[in-house]
Design a protein around this ligand. Structure first.
Ligand SMILES: *[C@@H]1O[C@H](CO)[C@@H](O)[C@H](O)[C@H]1NC(C)=O
Ligand SMILES: *[C@@H]1O[C@H](CO)[C@@H](O)[C@H](O)[C@H]1NC(C)=O
Ligand SMILES: *[C@@H]1O[C@H](CO)[C@@H](O)[C@H](O)[C@H]1NC(C)=O
Ligand SMILES: *[C@@H]1O[C@H](CO)[C@@H](O)[C@H](O)[C@H]1NC(C)=O
Length: 293
């Protein structure tokens, strides 16, 4: 019990410290002045929004049911997600994503154990939304639309979209990013596979999705596909990019406002949309909304 508490505290503290380090090292000094008052609790609550999103995506994909069925005590009366469905997974990925669902439930329980939390926000994880995001990433309207639930490869790409646009951990060293690395590794193994029936392969699609995240975030290159130009790879010496990271191979940090610009799909942290049609919950996200235009 004692051991468990310590490891939970270490795990949570690493998130909070990472956020502070990013704020301190950010060159956008004025950004912090326009941000709401931040405390550890609020930052952890902010992370809860992102954990809820990936948990619902995995729970629906693996079980055909959201957290309201798989872990009702964690949703605190919030609504079920819009458009989640059972993915057409092969036995291997059925197993992997069942594991991911349970891992996410553990993260949610850990965070909910130390912050007051809030009811799960309304989440849109419909195939229509993923279709729109892929269209935006590729700059064309695909026919038929991309459907993340159609097969194992599409679902892996859906998981890439969620983990790239809404990364739940801020630092590479937190346990939370382990499943992001697993998703990237499976996609890297499949980097030359075509994404049917479109004339695009896995490598190119991940690259375009990460470019979309960078465009929406408006803070430079902080997301990278699974294959990059040599100069952007680790030590400038390799094209494979199974861990997306900066020139020192440290994970890119993203601030709350930047993350909201991306997950709302509006490039504006004051204007909700996409995964969070009514906005994210918690003090930080709500304060952007209440001061919105
Ligand atoms: C902060 O904002 C002030 C006033 O808008 C501006 O003069 C200053 O250059 C900004 N500082 C930074 C680091 O952007
Ligand atoms: C979910 O996203 C799709 C695609 O953007 C949109 O058509 C639909 O209205 C959204 N649903 C909600 C409840 O926001
Ligand atoms: C995948 O797409 C990229 C970008 O279009 C291209 O450079 C690469 O050759 C493609 N790989 C295969 C195996 O077709
Ligand atoms: C990272 O390395 C690339 C290639 O050497 C360089 O163009 C870029 O400016 C570097 N970025 C930073 C933040 O140092």
């Amino acid at each position: 019990m004692a051991l468990r508490t310590v490891s939970t505290a270490v795990f949570l503290t690493s998130i909070v410290l990472a956020l502070y380090m990013q704020r301190a090292s950010s060159s956008e000094v004025n950004v912090s002045q326009t941000q709401p008052p931040i405390s550890d609790q609020y930052l952890l609550e902010f992370v809860l929004n992102l954990e809820y999103l990936s948990a619902e995506f995995f729970s629906c994909g693996a079980n055909g049911r959201g957290l309201d069925a798989t872990a009702p005590q964690l949703t605190k009366g919030g609504p079920p997600p819009v458009g989640g469905r059972k993915a057409n997974l092969n036995p291997f990925f059925q197993d992997i994503f069942s594991q991911f669902t349970l891992i996410k439930i553990g993260h949610l329980r850990a965070i909910n154990g130390v912050v007051k939390g809030f009811p799960i926000p309304l989440l849109n994880i419909s195939k229509e939304l993923f279709g729109k995001i892929v269209d935006d990433a590729l700059g064309q309207t695909l026919r038929p639309s991309f459907d993340p639930y159609a097969n194992s490869l599409n679902y892996l790409l859906g998981a890439y979209i969620i983990s790239d646009l809404a990364p739940p951990g801020y630092v590479g060293i937190t346990p939370q990013l382990q499943n992001v690395a697993v998703i990237r590794a499976y996609l890297y193994e499949r980097r030359n596979y075509p994404v049917q029936p479109y004339g695009v392969n896995v490598s190119e699609l991940t690259d375009r999705i990460s470019e979309l995240a960078n465009r929406l975030g408006k803070e430079g290159t902080k997301s990278e596909g699974i294959v990059v130009p040599l100069s952007q790879g680790a030590e400038g010496r390799i094209e494979g990019n199974v861990i997306g990271a900066d020139n020192d191979s440290l994970a890119y940090g993203k601030m709350p406002g930047e993350l909201l610009r991306i997950v709302y799909g509006t490039s504006d942290e004051h204007v909700p949309g996409d995964f969070y049609p009514k906005g994210a919950n918690g003090r930080i996200a709500r304060s952007f909304l209440s001061r919105g235009t």
